[in-house]
Design a protein around this ligand. Structure first.
Ligand code: FE
Length: 130
């Protein structure tokens, strides 16, 4: 299921800061996002379309200043080369709504060796029921 919205619909749904990151590929300042230090058990969802992206047991402390995960839900994201800012990076977007989430790096922990470096503002979190 692909979700498509007009720019006006996105602007109505998102705050200006959310719009900047999700729809204009912005980056929140490191160590400022609300989920950077979140250690609660639960599930992270896309702020743009509410699809499931990450489980909290795949989250780890990368000390990068952004929430970091070593694995992602199957078929939840798309990866694209990103040569902006004079860097060679891999952009991570939501497969369902196309929103920008963050970037993927190869310096993560075992078993994947991956680091999905994700903006808190691109995520919603729902704590696991006890
Ligand atoms: Fe999405």
């Amino acid at each position: 299921m692909k979700i498509e919205k007009s720019e006006d619909e996105w602007k109505n749904k998102l705050t200006p800061n959310e719009y900047h990151v999700l729809r204009e590929k912005g980056t929140e300042s490191p160590f400022t996002g609300k989920f950077y230090e979140n250690k609660s058990l639960g599930v992270y969802y896309c702020k743009g379309c509410n699809s499931k992206l990450f489980e909290s047991d795949k989250k780890y402390d990368s000390r990068s200043g952004w929430p970091s995960f070593f694995d992602v839900e199957k078929d939840a994201v798309e990866l694209k080369p990103d040569h902006s800012m004079g860097m060679n990076r891999i952009e991570v977007t939501c497969r369902h709504c196309g929103s920008h989430l963050g970037h993927l790096f190869d310096d993560g922990p075992k078993p994947t060796g991956k680091r999905y470096c994700i903006n808190s503002i691109s995520l919603d979190f729902k704590e696991k029921e006890h």
